[in-house]
Each structure stands twice: as structure tokens, then as C-alpha cells.
Design a protein around this ligand. Structure first.
Ligand code: CP3
Length: 349
């Protein structure tokens, strides 16, 4: 089995630098488009055989070193009781937006094997079909990023409603965050029980905060999830599953992120990865950090950047190559295939 990714997560020596790509199963891949042409996105997420099929596509086509479960960070939000729709242009729409005590009260902390059984079924199918070829990553949104979608009712530019709740009704915010945190903890445990071999928490919007506010209103809940998962694993005496914590706009927050308790820290492209490693501490294991839009460069230029990132990341205890955020639909997919090959070739030890 190719366990290079898991070894790198644990900071062990590897024969080459493993790579996977955020949003690696998605619209830039013609094979994904073929499946997606037949069903809408939510149906795809909720049909385990199809979700497993698109999860495996990038393993076959790109030869990446890890698979990531095909799903979405908004699936648990629907399970908590909100109405979720994906619109072609607008993206996700969640109703009714959570802005008062009454709406928070109505939200539930769902049993994941009941309300999100299709996710666990997808994981069970995947572990069989992958048959040890590469490890499987499960995921959820981090509580704060999940909350922004619930409070804004979808995607936002300035997160006005979210920050207004935090600053005007901090108790309402913390009661909402407690419910989200409980939901995501149970959800991640269920994924691990079903067979996820690592989990990633996506805090895409963490960078909208000052470092002090980030610590109180986002990081504290992430720490709680990681702590609870660790305690549960100790009690179960199961092999610890690496936790990856990705924060968008990482650069201003590294000193805080350092204390998350995660095994691996995702780094976006707005900072040199050696600089991020220095600030996280040389004991850090990092994941990143090519600008996703650098995949529009000619391949010779992509190659220079790959070599640069590999050499800068050599100061870390472990490095998993990735983009600094998700691959975009317009990306020339031949360049993504080439990227994986370049990372493997230039990192061979
Ligand atoms: O990485 C993977 O390949 C696994 C699958 C995955 C998806 N979304 C599939 C998806 C993962 C890990 C996510 C995470 C996710 N979803 C995040 C955090 C990471 C990030 O990108 O910031 C967020 C913020 C979401 C919420 C979300 N989902 C939005 C805002 C949108 C609409 C915008 C867009 O990219 O279309 C989605 C839809 C979505 N999630 C698609 C995919 C493949 C596109 C749906 C389609 O096929 O039409």
C-alpha cells in the first residue's frame, strides 16, 4: 500500500513527498463532468456508489497519494435541520438563515449514522474499492466556517451578519457554536469508525479575523474537536488518525494556529512555506502551498515553483504537497496531472 501520505502526516521519513489536491474530485475533470451531467451535486453526494466513483477518479487519473471523500462541508448543516440547495451561479443557499435564539433552538445535533448514513456508506465502499491503494481522508468544515454559511444563509463577502452576531450577541453565537461543534465531533468520529484514515478540518474563512478574535471565536472550537477525538481514540485504544487543520489566509494567524493540536497544518500561498514553518516551529508538519491559479502557467514555470516549494519545505518535519486552496473548475487538467508527476520526480530521495 502507498502509505507515504500517512507517514508524512506523522512526520516520519518518506521516499518522496506525497501530494493530494484540495477539491481534486471536481469540475476541472472531464470524467467528473460526465457523472455530474447525469445528477445534481447533492444527489451525487447522497448516492454512495457515485460519490465513491468520483472520489477514485483523481487517484486513477492524477496518481495522487491520498483520496478525499467526495462530499461537502454543508452536508452536516442540512442534517442539523437547515434547508440546503446548490444554485448554479449563487452557490449554496441555506434557509432560514440562523440569526436568533429561536432558530438556534430548532437545530439538532444529529446522529451521523442516521441522518448522514450515505457518507459513512460511501467511506465503507471506498475502503473496499481502494483496497489499500492510497489512504482515505475524511473531512468536515471547522465550526466557524460552517457557522458562517448558517448565519449568512450562504456564501458572503464581508460576513457582516456573522460578525454582528459575534460582537452584539456573543451568547447566541456560543450556543450556536456549541451545537455545531457537537455535531462535527460526532460526524468526524463516525467517519473514522467507518474507515477514514485521516481527517481534515476546513477553516476557509478563518482569515477574516484579527488573531485575538480568531483564537476565541474559531480556534477554541477546533481545539475542542481535536481534543475530543483524541480522548475518544485513547479510550477505544484505536490507532490515532492524523488531523489536518486548513485555514484560509493563514499568514496572519500562524502563531495561534500552532496551538490547534492538529498533526498537520495547511498553509495557503500568500506566505512562503519556509516562513510558515519557521513560525509554526520546525517540528511542524505542513501541507501546501502552490497558488491554485499558478496551474495556468506554462508547465516549465509550474516546475520551477514546485522545486522552490519542495526546497523551502525541507526544513519541516514533514511536508505534504497541496495547493493553497481548492483547484478551480477552469484549470487545464493536463497541468494538474503534470504537477503530480513533477512533485513525485523532484522529491525522490
Ligand atoms: O476536495 C474534494 O475533492 C472533496 C470534496 C469537497 C467538495 N467541497 C466538493 C464540492 C470538499 C472537501 C469541499 C469542501 C468545501 N465546500 C469547502 C471548504 C474548502 C473550500 O473550498 O474552501 C467549502 C467552503 C464548501 C462549500 C461549497 N461547496 C461552496 C461554496 C460551493 C459552491 C462553489 C463551488 O465551488 O461550486 C460548493 C459546491 C461543491 N463542493 C462542488 C464540489 C465538487 C461543485 C458542485 C458541482 O459539481 O456543481
Amino acid at each position: 500500500m502507498n502509505d507515504t501520505f500517512l507517514k508524512a502526516c506523522r512526520g516520519e521519513k518518506t521516499d518522496f513527498t506525497p501530494i493530494w489536491i484540495m477539491r481534486q474530485a471536481g469540475r476541472y475533470l472531464p470524467d467528473y463532468q460526465k457523472v455530474r451531467g447525469k445528477v445534481d451535486f447533492l444527489t451525487l453526494c447522497k448516492t454512495p456508489e457515485l460519490a465513491a466513483e468520483v472520489t477514485i477518479q483523481p487517484i486513477d487519473i492524477l496518481k495522487v497519494d491520498a483520496a478525499i471523500l467526495f462530499s461537502d462541508i454543508l452536508i452536516p448543516v442540512e442534517a442539523m435541520g437547515m434547508n440546503l440547495e446548490f444554485h448554479e451561479k449563487q452557490g449554496p443557499v441555506l434557509t432560514p438563515a440562523v440569526r436568533d435564539e429561536n432558530t438556534v433552538k430548532k437545530l439538532s445535533v444529529p446522529d451521523p449514522e442516521d441522518k448522514m448514513r450515505f457518507v459513512m456508506d460511501t467511506i465503507r465502499i471506498l475502503r473496499k474499492e481502494l483496497a489499500g491503494r492510497v489512504p482515505l481522508i475524511g473531512f468536515s468544515g471547522a465550526p466557524f466556517t460552517t457557522a458562517t454559511y448558517m448565519i449568512e444563509g450562504g456564501t458572503s463577502k464581508n460576513f457582516l451578519n456573522t460578525k454582528r452576531m459575534i460582537f452584539q450577541s456573543p451568547e447566541l453565537y456560543s450556543s450556536l457554536m456549541d451545537k455545531i461543534t457537537a455535531t462535527l465531533t460526532e460526524y468526524l468520529k463516525a467517519q473514522i469508525r467507518a474507515g477514514a484514515q485521516a481527517v481534515q478540518l476546513f477553516d476557509t474563512w478563518g482569515g477574516i479575523f484579527s488573531p485575538q478574535d480568531f483564537k476565541v471565536y474559531a480556534l477554541s472550537y477546533v481545539k475542542k474537536i481535536i481534543h475530543d477525538i483524541r480522548d475518544w481514540q485513547k479510550a477505544e485504544r484505536s490507532e490515532p488518525v492524523p488531523v489536518i487543520y486548513f485555514v484560509g489566509e493563514t499568514a496572519g494567524l500562524l502563531e495561534e494556529i500552532k496551538g490547534s493540536g492538529a498533526d498537520v497544518h495547511g498553509v495557503d500561498w500568500r506566505i512562503d512555506i519556509d516562513d510558515a514553518i519557521r513560525r509554526l516551529g520546525n517540528n511542524a508538519v505542513v501541507q501546501g502551498n502552490l497558488d491554485p491559479l499558478a496551474l495556468f502557467l506554462p508547465q516549465s514555470k509550474i516546475e520551477q515553483r514546485v522545486k522552490d516549494i519542495l526546497s523551502r519545505a525541507s526544513s519541516a518535519r514533514g511536508h505534504i504537497f497541496n495547493l493553497g486552496h481548492g483547484v478551480v473548475p477552469e484549470t487545464p487538467f493536463e497541468n494538474v496531472i503534470a504537477l503530480v508527476e513533477m512533485v513525485h520526480r523532484h522529491s525522490k530521495r
